[in-house]
Design a protein around this ligand. Structure first.
Ligand SMILES: *Cc1c(COP(=O)(O)O)cnc(C)c1O
Length: 401
């Protein structure tokens, strides 16, 4: 993998200021190639789940790789179109939106994935079989690293329960809906290939109920390593098993189905580096804090998901090991990491958070009236500013004064 070096990151921090998000496009394409190679024995399509990172320059780059796009809001759909994705390369998978938003997606000509019976009925009544759609099921399989990012369990608001199949069939039969796809997405950070394979078994069973079916969408949730020794989803093994399963299905039924995936984290997580500056070193009775010029308003994953992000002091990579608690400047508990061994940190040093590409900038806010960071994209070693740092005026934009 072509990781960015300490020297490059320090240079970027000096040139563009901190806090700064940097995305290395070459790593995105390396991840995309891994997927393509893992699933080469099956007819697969990959829809990048752009809620992970939706800067239009990143979208354009991913479009240029040949990937398709998974969108969860109509505005993501509009961004995708603006980035150059043709409508048939966009999949719209909204949840709890009103019918008008689904209708808007239909007008824009994108693939539509429906995840509740109310919308299914409305869509069927209005369009009958004239516009093929996909149905999102909840297969009731536990997957995902933690409860907040699991979507397949019994309490989940996502998808239509497989136990409601009869009800779906009633709606489909009565309205003449044309079902070309069935979908599941059971969560994020799924280590175990078997979660996907169990899901696939359920999907094959459902498939027999939809004669026009063209694809099965297995969603995403591929786990990437966040710390040394972390288990990650074995994509190659999954590719082998999925290819075997589809071949067997084809043999049994005579039908060749496509398999779709919606990787978010897998494509962009490792490409992202978040650089901050150590503002103060503060010794208390219990610990030594490094207070940095950022906070959970810029990278919320540690506070929100208890997520672990590897951190390094790139200004003093040979300094002796010291133990620190790394905190942000937000006026509320704002801890990035407890008891982290870092090369000695001096005030003014740059620290980098790794795996900051997915759900980093994307979940940032202006809490505490702080400005959002700038974003830079690296391609073949060349840096390009892809979002200017917020200014004070941005805080007032839309406020009526
Ligand atoms: C969030 C999401 C994804 C992407 O999940 P990752 O864990 O980032 O790969 C895929 N599909 C849907 C429907 C999603 O909501």
């Amino acid at each position: 993998m072509s990781y960015l070096s300490d020297e490059t990151l320090v240079q970027l921090a000096q040139e563009y200021g901190t806090p700064l998000y940097v995305y290395n496009a070459n790593q995105i394409s390396e991840q995309y190639n891994k997927l393509q190679s893992a699933f080469k024995k099956v007819n697969a399509r990959f829809f990048y789940a752009c809620k992970a990172l939706s800067n239009i320059n990143v979208l354009k780059y991913i479009e240029s790789l040949g990937a398709s796009l998974d969108c969860v809001s109509i505005h993501e759909v509009q961004l995708g179109l603006k980035a150059g994705f043709a409508p048939d390369r966009i999949l719209f998978t909204p949840n709890c939106v009103d019918f008008a938003e689904v209708d808007e997606g239909k007008k824009l000509g994108v693939n539509i994935n429906i995840d509740n019976i109310s919308i299914l009925e409305q869509f069927g009544s209005k369009y009958k079989g004239s516009y093929p759609i996909c149905i999102r099921f909840n297969p009731h399989i536990m997957g995902g690293g933690n409860y907040k990012i699991s979507t397949g369990h019994i309490d989940s608001k996502f998808g239509i329960s497989i136990h409601q199949l009869r009800h779906i069939e009633r709606v489909v039969k009565t309205t003449g809906l044309n079902i070309e796809g069935i979908h599941m997405h059971t969560g994020s950070d799924i280590k175990d290939v078997n979660v996907f394979l169990q899901g696939l078994e359920v999907m094959f069973e459902l498939a027999t109920h939809f004669p026009n079916l063209k694809f099965i969408d297995l969603g995403s949730g591929f786990k990437v390593p966040y710390q040394d020794g972390d288990v990650q989803t074995d994509i190659d093994l999954l590719g082998e098993k999925v290819a075997e399963a589809f071949a067997a299905y084809q043999q049994e039924t005579g039908k060749e189905l496509q398999v779709w995936f919606e990787p978010g984290k897998f494509l962009v997580s490792e490409s992202g580096y978040f650089i901050v500056k150590a503002n103060v070193i503060k010794q208390t009775t219990a610990t030594v804090f490094v207070g940095v010029n950022s906070g959970f308003n810029h990278l919320i994953r540690p506070m929100f998901y208890d997520a672990y992000h590897r951190i390094r002091n790139i200004s003093n990579p040979k300094g002796s090991d010291r133990i620190y608690t790394v905190v942000g400047n937000i006026c509320e508990t704002d801890t990035f990491a407890w008891d982290r061994t870092l090369n000695e940190v001096r005030e003014g040093d740059f620290l980098v958070f790794y795996n900051a590409g997915a759900y980093g900038f994307e979940m940032s806010s202006n809490f505490n009236s702080r400005l959002k960071p700038a974003e830079v994209m690296m391609l073949d070693g060349d840096a390009k500013l892809i979002r200017r740092r917020d200014t004070f005026e941005d805080l007032l934009r839309n406020q009526v004064i």
